[in-house]
Design a protein around this ligand. Sequence first.
Ligand code: ADP
Ligand code: MG
Length: 247
Amino acid sequence: MSEPILEIRDLKKSFNALKATDGVSLDLQPGQIHALIGPNGAGKSTLIHQIAGSLKADSGTIRFLGQDIGSLDMAARARLGLARSFQISSLAQEFSALRNVMLAVQAKAGSSFRFFRQVTSDRRLIDPAMAMLERVGLAHRAHVPAAELSHGERRQLEIAIALALQPKAFLFDEPMAGMGPEGSKQLTTFLDGLRHEAPMLLVEHDMDAVFALADRISVLVYGRIIATGTVDEIRRDPEVRRAYLGE
Ligand code: ADP
Ligand code: MG
């Protein structure tokens, strides 16, 4: 197996007496979708927060692209190419979808785009931003304010923003939540294609999506991973069936 993009070892986080993550280890391999499943309160979001840097781990290590990122803040981790989407909405509500993506393109370009007199008409921002919106299927809504987009469209926009940052890995926390069957199907197809651009750690309750997408699945229960394996291995695992799949 190749060097993992993301290497998590023995991560722990307690909230008072509650061990939300209790020694979690996992590897995210290049080109792969690694799904993280488990019941409500298992610690999935806590784990995502710890990896993204919005929550500091009590102990354990996180290596990203070979570098220990445990002491970096969330912005520094994002600059290294760790993109998180969902459950934190960073949309500028009054701005159009296009403008939101342009801000991300600008942020990525950093100091080389230091001064904009006419940000809103700069082709160096508009063209790549529009291309991102096309990729996520939102180009026809480019000029609609973020606040007026539907739930599903906002998720598409958040992905476009994440893409604009040209990430090396994605962290997705329940991207299908609140989406109808058609939206979930579209997003599944989209994520499927995305794995070769950047691997992803995907927390998701929608088992159809998980089974369709995952190269590997880890099952988290009460802060501990009780099983990791391929879709087939996880579906066959008696402990998983008992603890999570409810069979
Ligand atoms: P999941 O995403 O798997 O549903 P969470 O990571 O959100 O689970 O939560 C794991 C456990 O930690 C839950 O029991 C939850 O109530 C608790 N928890 C999460 N965040 C906090 C917090 N900021 N303060 C106290 N308890 C928390
Ligand atoms: Mg959660």
